[in-house]
Design a protein around this ligand. Sequence first.
Ligand code: DGJ
Length: 717
Amino acid sequence: MPIWVNDNQFHIETSRTSYIFSLYKNRYLTHLYWGKKLSSDANLSYIPTEFIYSRPNATHVPVDETNRVFVSDLAMEFSVVGGGDYATPTLHARYADNSTVTELSFEGYMVYEGKRDISPMPSTYSEGDAQTLEIYLRDKRSNLKVTLLYTVFCKYDAICRSIIYKNESQDDIYLLSAQSATVDISGTNYEMLHLCGDWARERHIERIPVNHARCVIDSKRGMSGHMENPFIALLEKNAGEYMGEVFGFSLVYSGSFTASAEGTSCGKTRVTMGINDFNFEWRLASGEEFMTPEVVMAYSPCGLSRMSGIYHRLYRDKLCRGRYRGALRPMLINNWEGTTFDFDEKKLIDIAREGADLGLELFVLDDGWFAKRNGACSLGDWYVNTDKLPRGLEYLAKEVNALGMKFGLWFEPEMISPDSDLYRAHPDWCVHAKGRRRTENRSQLVLDISREEVREYILDTITKVLQSANIEYVKWDCNRTLTETSSMEQPHRYVIGLYKMLDTLTTRFPDILFESCAGGGGRFDPGILCYMPQTWTSDNTDPIARLAIQYGTSIVYPPITMGSHVGSIAVGMAGENQFLNTCAMAAMSGNFGYELDLNLFSEAEKAQAKSYVDLYRKIRPTIQYGEFYRLESPFEGDNVSWMFVDSDRAVLFTFQTKKMINGEERRVKLRGLDENALYEYNGERRTGAELMLAGVGIALERYEYASRCRVYEVIKK
Ligand code: DGJ
């Protein structure tokens, strides 16, 4: 059993990690260790809780009258308001007497096989491969029961934490901040890595020193958003891709979140993560429970690469679900960048036919197929625009199917246009604050899906469309965030409503592949991946910009989850279209597809485009289910490379993002191969050790286009 209790210490063990905390004075859960695996008889009782340092009483609060132990010295697993811990608390609650002080006492624990369902929050799931520790605490005065959940996926090297707050009193309790986890890590010499950006430049890597500051990232938008991702890593200062200690925290949540790292004066760094307490207050009525979203924690003693590998495997196998979890994802052609709203039946079928000729497997009809939608209107009116598609979706799907392709359709279900039949019928169905202006964004408002009748309407109308034709893929878009909310509960209720809808729809249509999208990659988070196993990574399809976006995204999310297409490009070149090549190389590093009007291609370009489809079909299992290794970072230089490895093949991609006529030697050391095995690389046989230790030389390319890239297959012999 990877969880056991010994000498008042709770031991949680993964295949390579130990996580240990203890119970101190029957009141404080104090963190002792998170790092490389210790032996199963490890006993950390010698780690001082009673510190040898002198703390002046004026500034530090003693634990008891002996004045020898101070609250701020304790490394907390859970922190409250009151009692002398002034770092960010896990819980801030207001009770019937208006007080916000919480005093928890320990009531017991339980260890069991499996994992508790924390719905309405989505989460990782066990298939007989997880164990859980529950710790029970209680604030006796208010009768708030707190259950800390620790689930360990031993084989996956990951620990998941969440908290359940239950009101066991007769009065209301108000949660002002209900975080999912707190971890106090020893030392203050860390950096915090986070993934930031904006529309068209999502998830760029940034590292900031923490030291004795409080570094906070968050979203206040009601969605995880383009600007920050619900993930942070705490890194040793010298840690890099393949060296140094890294502590990763990833939140399975799609709404407003917060994560902070805070160095304290007593020599530890507190990480806190959960739902954002900005514009948040939750009334917990008598008998009710509040589930916090899950934090997935991954430790690596040897850099970011191992941490990413933990998230990739866990999210691919234990977060994504449904028919497509272990299935190869289809190569698609989407009409959006080729036509935007300007299409008719013939134009679409022509694009699909060209796609079929290339060997693509799925045609996706994007925005503009419904009601009067030719611009900013009609969201909410999910019936076919018969001016554009006189024979409807059924006919179109049949035509596409006859070409040997699946048919997919775009929706933006959470939205409503002021210029729509739905809005005219139900002007109060949008998220709004009474008597206030309703801010429009992209000329649209957001439907209040915390309301059951609104959810029912959306589910009914979408269900009818999905049953009207052979639709095997859905792109679920979401192009704006929340602005004026009607209460401090509404943002979280919105997210719960979204999860309920997605749960119903994906259960109702288990064979449909759902891809999420939010103005590109504005909601690329683990919560969404529970329902939709892939996400459109960014609206930016410029390949050089894409390298940074995909590289940053890969810090947490596996390449199979990244929708990655060749977008609209300049065509009609004589000879090989270098830009097309660059685009294809970037797109082949994720879930590959085209997103343009293929009819504009010359015959030579069509042949070139087809060669990428053929190549991707060959390497797809390695890209989608292999291990991913980052080799050269776009955030550190002009050369970028990465590779995918499975048991019998590796695929190396190298990109040169700057035109150069002279340069230094470029040597790339491969990763993840079998040292003693023989591989065929670039027409020659080399051992894994040679390729990984001595590396391979990458020629400098002097091309007119600002980039040059190549793909190399490395085949095990
Ligand atoms: C934003 C998405 O990111 C695009 O791919 C496209 O679907 C448009 N919305 C359509 O409005």
